[in-house]
Design a protein around this ligand. Structure first.
Ligand SMILES: [Zn+2]
Length: 96
């Protein structure tokens, strides 16, 4: 019985780890349950981070993507595409 509890505990850890990487935590949990938490952990370790959780975010919490942000020509920092002035160096940006 204790073995089952430990097994499920490690399965849950793998699930939490997967969801932190922006992957399906439930899926990783089920894989660990049916195969082994060790195999589940290896699979999660090999996963590349995916989903919205992996995207860098600006100070408003919006994901930074090439669609929403451009690089300031002056200071090379990422600024919002709709910005007319760079928030980092104050250079005026030509709207695209
Ligand atoms: Zn700038």
């Amino acid at each position: 019985m204790e073995y089952l509890v430990v097994w499920l505990f490690f399965c849950a850890l793998v699930g939490v780890w997967a969801s932190k990487k922006g992957r399906s935590g439930v899926g990783a949990f089920l894989i660990s349950c049916f195969l082994s938490p060790l195999i589940g952990a290896i699979i999660v370790a090999l996963m590349s981070p995916g989903g919205a959780a992996a995207l860098p975010r600006d100070e408003l919490g919006d994901p930074i993507t090439p669609d929403t942000h451009v690089k300031c020509p002056d200071c090379k920092e990422l600024v919002r595409r709709e910005a007319r002035k760079c928030k980092h160096c104050g250079a005026s940006l030509i709207p695209q």
